[in-house]
Write a protein that binds this ligand. Structure first.
Ligand code: CAA
Length: 379
């Protein structure tokens, strides 16, 4: 193991930090209030190479490793997790899914513009009645010879309205249960697609979450990724990497709140001294720093395993479980350290607390991560 980052990794971390601290910070509170989609930030991050960080330069990506991705996600998420989830879904679910399992045609046609950030992607697995229990897909992709006929509804879709390309998981052979599920690349402007209203979320309010409905949408056969029936395994394998991104997001939310609490506790005075000098606060800060460091190691370990070509599903589940719980706890403590100031918008920590909650829910709830981990250790 090497605990030193390479020069390239440090450069990526610095570039993400600079962008977040100079640009994202300017309008993050306003976007949290208005839920406005951060289109100009996505465009700027695309120009900096962040929309296809890990994609091979052959397909117009930045060709960086998963460790760089973790470093970038932490820095962006310290300031704005609404923006970082857009980056995460595009990179580790959509670009990765097409690059790892797609055909040459699919990579040429879809991966290139996705990696350049000219279009963004969305991952459509969840349904009104299939969230954690992902095998229960009601959306159908009926085989009609040279095309699939897609019908059904997807829920809670990040980038649901802004995506140019959807990766849709759907059932083609119900009698085969999960082995009959396929994954299709569907263009957003195909006939028969309608998008529900913007979900009014507790946090990550400027990310674009919608239901997406498909009514007799024709999808060319060549847009199926992998063999017939590969869709469920595709979703499970792709989510293993997605969870590294969300773990790093949770890490960033936690460290963003911690940095604010640390700063505040050195400035705010009570009982004649800065509150950092009270052991009640100093011990909270010590516990926060320790848990954040542990979460960072979990994220980097999962990323390192992925970069080494070793199995990383359990490591990514552990990273997400631990980092999400850390984010929830650290942000709550950061609000507590700020007292009344922590409960108002302008000090940011209440927003970070609202953002933290979602990391315990999406890309597999904390309970789902425990299923994955316990099945592995009980094998
Ligand atoms: N890699 C490869 N194959 C896998 C796999 C993996 N990681 N996990 C499971 N499989 C395979 C199994 O081997 C099995 O195959 P066989 O039948 O051929 O043996 C098959 O898939 C079924 O597996 P299980 O029996 O384990 O399935 P299960 O019904 O018990 O469910 C689960 C497993 C882990 C709970 C799964 O349903 C799951 O991950 N649920 C959570 C879904 C999720 O994360 N949703 C998030 C939505 S996406 C999102 O949030 C994106 C966003 O916009 C931010």
């Amino acid at each position: 193991m090497n605990f030193n980052f390479t020069e390239e990794q440090i450069l990526i971390q610095q570039a993400a930090r600079d962008y977040a601290q100079r640009e994202l910070i300017k309008d993050v509170l306003q976007r949290d209030a208005s839920s406005e989609f951060p289109a100009h930030h996505v465009k700027a991050l695309a120009e900096l190479g962040f929309m296809g960080i890990m994609t091979d330069p052959v397909y117009d990506g930045a060709g960086m490793d998963t460790i760089s991705y973790v470093l970038a996600m932490e820095e962006l998420s310290k300031v704005d997790a609404s923006v970082s989830v857009i980056v995460s879904v595009n990179n580790s679910l959509v670009c990765y899914g097409i690059e790892a399992f797609g055909s040459n045609m699919q990579k040429e046609k879809y991966l290139r513009p996705l990696a350049r950030g000219e279009i963004i992607g969305a991952f459509l697995l969840s349904e009104p009645e299939a969230g954690s229990d992902a095998t229960m897909q009601r959306t159908t992709a009926e085989d009609k010879g040279d095309y699939y006929l897609l019908n059904g509804t997807k829920n809670w879709i990040t980038n649901g309205n802004s995506a140019g390309v959807y990766l849709v998981i759907a059932q083609s052979h119900p009698e085969k249960k999960h082995k009959g599920i396929n994954v299709l690349i569907v263009e957003r402007n195909s006939q028969g697609i309608s998008v529900g209203p913007h979900e009014d979320k507790m946090g990550m309010r400027s990310s674009d979450t919608h239901s997406v409905m498909f009514t007799d949408v024709k999808v060319p056969k060549e847009n199926r990724i992998g063999d017939d029936g590969f869709g469920f395994r595709f979703a499970m394998q792709t989510l293993e990497g997605g969870r590294i991104g969300i773990a790093a997001q949770a890490l960033g939310i936690a460290s963003g709140a911690y940095e604010r609490a640390l700063q505040y506790s050195k400035e705010r005075k009570t009982f004649g001294t800065e509150i950092a000098n009270h052991q009640a606060i100093a011990f909270k800060l010590a516990d926060m720093a320790t848990n954040i460091e542990a979460a960072r190691f979990f994220c980097l370990k999962a990323a390192w395993l992925k970069d080494q070509g070793q199995p990383y599903g359990t490591a990514s589940a552990m990273a997400k479980l631990f980092a999400a719980d850390t984010a929830m706890w650290v942000t709550t403590e950061a609000v507590q350290i700020h007292g009344g100031y922590g409960y108002v918008r302008e000090y940011h920590v209440e927003r970070l607390m609202r953002e933290a909650k979602l990391t315990q829910i999406y890309e597999g709830t904390s309970e789902i991560q425990k299923i994955i981990i316990s099945r592995e250790i009980l094998k």
